[in-house]
Design a protein around this ligand. Sequence first.
Ligand SMILES: C[S@@+](CC[C@H](N)C(=O)[O-])C[C@H]1O[C@@H](n2cnc3c(N)ncnc32)[C@H](O)[C@@H]1O
Length: 292
Amino acid sequence: MYAAEALKMEEPGRIEPSASLSARDFGRLSRFIYDTCGIKMPDVKKTMLEARLQKRLRSLGMHSFTDYCDFLFSQEGLDRELVPMLDMVTTNKTDFFREPDHFHYLTHTVLPEWVKRHPGGTLAIWSAGCSSGEEPYTLAMVLSEFAARNPGFDFKILATDISTRVLDKAKTAIYTESQVEPVAIELKKKYLLRSKDRASGMVRIVPELRAKVNFRRLNFMDDDFGMREHLDIIFCRNVIIYFDRQTQERLLQRFHRNMKPGSYIFMGHSETLSGLDVPLVSVYPTVYRKPR
Ligand SMILES: C[S@@+](CC[C@H](N)C(=O)[O-])C[C@H]1O[C@@H](n2cnc3c(N)ncnc32)[C@H](O)[C@@H]1O
């Protein structure tokens, strides 16, 4: 066998040395990420960023971060690489029924008051930073349950995220058995379909629930959110934790403009709006309301 052929045959198994990220390229990338999507990248995140972007370098066949940065900041790179790069940079951890007391408060306090004020109305709710769909589908289950007990009540859910990778997953609405573990058994029976291939352990959200959720890509740093309608409720949980105070304040002020008087915003349990210049009133742990 010729040497070149032998080399080719060995190629797939060869272990490439990983490219390393210099302080200069990290500085360029972290500034760009902050400017583009608001996510702060302090020095302690360097190793994480390096590991996540190495996957992009590999799929582009690049061997250095300097080449990657030069490509990313070129016009062609901005057109082609911005979205996949942001897909790698965002942290998308989520769960069905995450922070469950929020859904209890929604069902027992927020919704009963809302139906009294809006008989026969359609509630507009936004899952802002929805990740792979667990949060909006949880909302769809909770609101469907409420609708079954309150004839005439209807709802629609807008679910947005910056990451196209998680949005694609959310739209397929297919999850593993272990991902749907937090869903109560009676809700599983109503709202989840088992795969025909039982051994696969996959389930899918029923079409009636999927039809209630409208997924769309939206970057909170965009000048125009394209929101023509005001919301009754916003869930923006475990998102602003990645932003600095200035970005948090600007975003909350924009949310406030898109909220109806008397509407609610639910934040993550480790997030607080205290100290931000935004006229929202705390009504329950990490739940805020726009005064009427
Ligand atoms: C940790 S997940 C939270 C998911 C869900 N809200 C929950 O609490 O389970 C945060 C989400 O915010 C999204 N995100 C981060 N920066 C964003 C931005 N600038 N615009 C829109 N979404 C963003 C991420 O892509 C990610 O899916």
